[in-house]
Design a protein around this ligand. Sequence first.
Ligand SMILES: Nc1nc2c(ncn2[C@@H]2O[C@H](COP(=O)(O)OP(=O)(O)OP(=O)(O)O)[C@@H](O)[C@H]2O)c(=O)[nH]1
Ligand SMILES: [Mg+2]
Length: 446
Amino acid sequence: MLSSQQEIHIQQAYASLQQALSWYDGFRRHWNHPSDPELQAAVRKDLQALKGALEKLEQNIIRIAAFGLVSRGKSAVINALIGQKLLDTGPLHGVTQWPKSVRWVPPGGKVQVEFIDTPGLNEIEGETRANIAKEVAYQADLILFVVAGDITRTEYEALEKLQHSQKPLILVFNKIDLYPDQDYQEIYQQLRATKTDNQNPIFSPEEIVMVAAEPQPILVKIKYPDGKVTEEWEKPSPQIEELRKKILTVLNQEGRSLLSLNVLMQAKEAEENIAKKTLKIRHKEAETIIWNFTKSKAIAVAINPIAFLDIIGGMITDLALIRALARLYGLPITSYEAGKLWEKILISSGGLLLGELSTLLILGIGKSIFAAVSFFESPAALMTYGSTATMQGLIAGYYAYIVGKAAQEYLEKGCSWSPVGPSTIIQNIINDVDSRTLIYRLQKKL
Ligand SMILES: Nc1nc2c(ncn2[C@@H]2O[C@H](COP(=O)(O)OP(=O)(O)OP(=O)(O)O)[C@@H](O)[C@H]2O)c(=O)[nH]1
Ligand SMILES: [Mg+2]
């Protein structure tokens, strides 16, 4: 992928985050509603997450986390990649007890890398383990999943979970020095054949790398010039070049896009949480607004004697209802988006509203005629006018109610789909990447 393309992704992510922050951070001031301490407390963490995401983007550090069961060589792999023994390794299970990060400036690279070493997935117990793993995965832009032998059930489950969290992943098969050549080929083929529950291969060949991060010392015979022969243990150098190359390629080809994607996913989650919590806390007020609009739309449509005008009036009421809800929640929606939303509701409710329009038009014309006639004619005509109007009002009111409900649903889920919303930008990036990237394959798999 061109680096200019990656810059565009960064810029788009940046714009999206800034817009979200300037909105949500100040959004209690946007409208006339008194500030609501309960709501502020509820969304504090999500606002923090949004700010964190922006900072991450500004820092321009790509986070690569090593995951795997105990003693697979996670720490050793990071050491070998950096070329320094910065992290403790050892044969005992659970050498690494807490996540630890080390910096790496790749040769000639413009980006900085932070490697995150983690405790073995089966080391930390229960909930704490799940939380630590989740937190690290959340922060990571790329995951190295380290195995050293056949994939166990626990490894398989962890892999599946990571796939669902849409994280790009490289499977690192470590300790190949322990296997004779033939076995090694067999294992490689097996890994390639590993399937998910719905029969898709978990890894494509580009995502499997075989390494020996800390090969076992081997006994070598040394012959001295004087004819004396001794045996000494010698440490072979690690076989890690292929993985290092792979990582450098990923960093160059899509590092900045991966960073943008990850940051946007964090923003998406935060924005959706904010919307969800706001909707919950303002639920009662929203119901009142919807109900009031429903009533007033029903009455207005019923008493208005002129066809078309009541339809246009009804549309305006619907739009006003959408705006009123957005205002109540303090969620971003422009009039343009309100209009689009109204259209969407119109389409997605399977022409329900279209039904409303035509019924209203027919009834409306009838009503207009009756209105005209009833000036000159009998009270009977007036009665017909009355019942037509009631019916029309009820229908209109009913649709106002539907619009209100649909608007709520949109505001909860769809905010992130606005033109600069994180979901929209994520989609843009995914559509934009070329077929050799991890991002592309990630999206193919999902
Ligand atoms: N033969 C061989 N042994 C290795 C290799 N890489 C690591 N080891 C050994 O495997 C053991 C575990 O390595 P670590 O790097 O500590 O493994 P870890 O996954 O970080 O383990 P925990 O932190 O305990 O979860 C150590 O004794 C390493 O020397 C390798 O490529 N070949
Ligand atoms: Mg370790």
